[in-house]
Design a protein around this ligand. Structure first.
Ligand code: ADP
Length: 555
């Protein structure tokens, strides 16, 4: 017990800093975990461990980051989170790597620039005999939550007064009991160099609240799946046949539904993961080299009636507001798992810094490099509208990634989409202790403690020694599970954790992919690896038969 006693003596809560627009759930979770909130009056700029805001940080924030601090955004990720930028990047990638890989995003035209091209495509379709004219969806690039969206078939109904993208409307969505739905998939990038990507196994299925009907294109409750729209629909609170009340399911419920209809959904998830990787690769080389960041994205995926997943958009700061019990189930756990993924942990130097906390005491603090550098309102649409604006962060960061990843053989069994043993050391002994000791019994108590600390002028020193590590040891060591804290492992063996809570590592997926993303990013080699992976995943000919059968069981 001497260890516990010592630890109690030195362990201080981790400190979070939130911008005022950040949803309350983030604060709730961090307080539940025993963290304390940054006090600008009392504490020094260096005294926080995690800074969370819904908008991008300035490049100066990135440059002045301390080794024990983390920011919840990378610079330049707006390149995939603004509709027009995403369309442009995916078009470019399709041009380089071919449509067989990059055919997951509906054909898109950016207006007004692409007006002539759009008219040419529209006219070509109209003139081709026996071909049913497409439906189109027009979306303002600067808006979110379904605002300003127009669906049309005849160009005479197409009007716009701002910058928009016109996208082919997926007019054959896979319906559940006649209702349209899409998937909000959470993706966390813990590092762009080397690229390290996790997808969250739990998520939201977002339903339209009136039955899908191509005869009523202006009925937003039938064609849009945004919660911000559907919660105002007349049927929102009604018990809809096959769907229930409200407009959301969890992925767990969705999986059970698929399995009850004898649909093997593994292939579907693999295809979705490929979409995530291929999308992120479009911007990975242009993300400035910055350390100590992570990014949570919300990928909106629509599945059509041939089981093909389509990427509709990528959300910056996906909505973390808790609007209903399903949000509470999914998003709170998601937030807990994000903190787990960041893996704050103490090192021995915390002991050396015992008593630190005043502005003066931070001056002489030892900066410890991280072993690795490392995430939007009601609708699961962005809380942050600036995500739709041109990012001001264009300069390449002077902050050099302190990352040094070395390693031997990638253990196949440590990765993969099959269910794995939970090898993540959920909490290191010290961080576990610290969170436990600092965890309030109730959130009201926590607020009271936090308040009383503020009133009494107590300071929460930031943890100069908090390090973040994401790389798992080799499988042999994984087998020790929780008995060996990861920071005892040599850097040589560092590997990303294959699983953290419900986060599953999807990139890197093999040695070659790891190697190609390590020292600068070799996109071409990675794409080749993804291509091979896709070929293995999809035995030719098998998919069509299955898809048709699955489709039929769904109707
Ligand atoms: P916003 O940022 O305004 O939410 P989205 O691109 O997410 O814009 O579109 C809103 C909704 O419109 C989606 O959730 C989906 O239901 C529907 N939608 C968008 N694009 C398409 C498309 N190409 N085909 C079919 N439905 C679409």
């Amino acid at each position: 017990m001497a260890y516990d006693h010592d630890a109690e003596d030195i362990l201080k809560p981790l400190v979070f800093r939130l911008h005022e627009s950040v949803p309350e759930a983030v604060r709730e979770v961090l307080l539940e975990r025993g963290w304390s909130e940054f006090d600008e009056q009392e504490q020094d700029e260096a005294d926080w461990n995690l800074y969370w805001q819904n908008s991008p940080f300035r490049m100066t924030d990135h440059r002045s980051i301390k080794p024990w601090q983390r920011l919840n955004h990378y610079p330049e990720t707006v390149r995939i989170t603004r509709k027009d930028y995403l369309a442009r990047h995916l078009k470019r990638m399709k041009g380089i790597y071919g449509p067989s890989l990059y055919e997951f995003s509906p054909m898109a035209f950016i207006m007004p620039n692409d007006y002539v091209k759009f008219i040419a495509e529209y006219t070509k379709e109209r003139q081709s005999q026996g071909r049913k004219p497409s439906y189109w969806i027009c979306k303002p690039v600067g808006l979110s939550r379904g605002r300003g969206i127009l669906i049309f078939q005849d160009i005479k109904n197409f009007v716009y007064d701002c910058m928009v993208i016109v996208q082919k409307y997926i007019s054959n969505p896979l319906l559940i009991s006649g209702y349209k739905w899409d998937l909000r998939l959470y993706v966390c990038v813990t590092s762009f160099c080397p690229l390290t990507v996790y997808t969250y196994e739990e998520g939201l299925v977002r339903f339209a609240t009136e039955k899908f009907d191509l005869g009523s294109l202006d009925n937003v409750y039938a064609h849009l799946t945004n919660t911000s729209i559907n919660k105002f629909g007349a049927s929102y609170k009604k018990n809809k046949e096959g769907i229930g009340r409200g407009c959301k399911w969890t992925f767990s419920k969705f999986r059970s539904y698929l399995r009850s209809h004898e649909v093997d959904d593994l292939l579907l998830w693999r295809r979705i993961h490929n979409i995530v990787m291929l999308t992120l690769l479009a911007i990975t080389p242009s993300v400035p080299l910055t350390s100590n960041c992570f990014e949570l994205f919300g990928f909106d995926i629509l599945i059509d009636d041939t089981f093909k997943p389509w990427l509709l958009e990528v959300n910056y700061s996906p909505a973390l507001r808790l609007d209903c019990s399903i949000d509470r189930t999914v998003k709170k756990r998601l937030l807990h798992d994000i903190i787990e993924l960041l893996n704050y942990k103490q090192t021995d130097t915390l002991r050396e810094n015992k008593g630190a906390g005043t502005k003066a005491s931070y001056a002489g603090r030892t900066h410890i490099p991280l072993t690795t550098p490392g995430e939007n309102a009601t609708d699961d649409a962005p809380d942050f509208l600036a995500s739709r604006q041109e990012s001001e962060c264009t300069a390449t960061s002077a902050v050099q990634s302190l990352l040094e990843v070395t390693g031997g053989t990638f253990k196949k069994e440590a990765i993969g989409m099959e269910k794995m043993a939970r090898t993540h050391p959920r909490k290191t002994r010290t961080s576990q202790l610290r969170e436990r000791m600092n965890r309030p019994k109730t959130s009201s108590q926590s607020k009271a403690v936090s308040k009383s600390n503020q009133l009494s002028g107590a300071r929460h020193p930031a943890h100069a020694s908090v390090q973040v590590t994401h790389w798992l040891p080799t499988t042999e060591l994984c087998n020790y599970k929780l008995t060996i804290p990861p920071y005892f492992l040599s850097t040589k063996d560092k590997r990303p954790f294959p699983r953290v809570g419900d986060f599953v590592l999807i990139f890197p997926f093999n040695d070659a992919a790891l190697e190609a993303s390590r020292n600068g990013i070799d996109v071409k080699s990675i794409i080749q690896e993804i291509h091979k992976l896709m070929n293995k995943q999809l035995p030719p000919g098998q998919q069509k038969v299955k898809k048709r059968k699955d489709y039929l069981t769904f109707r």
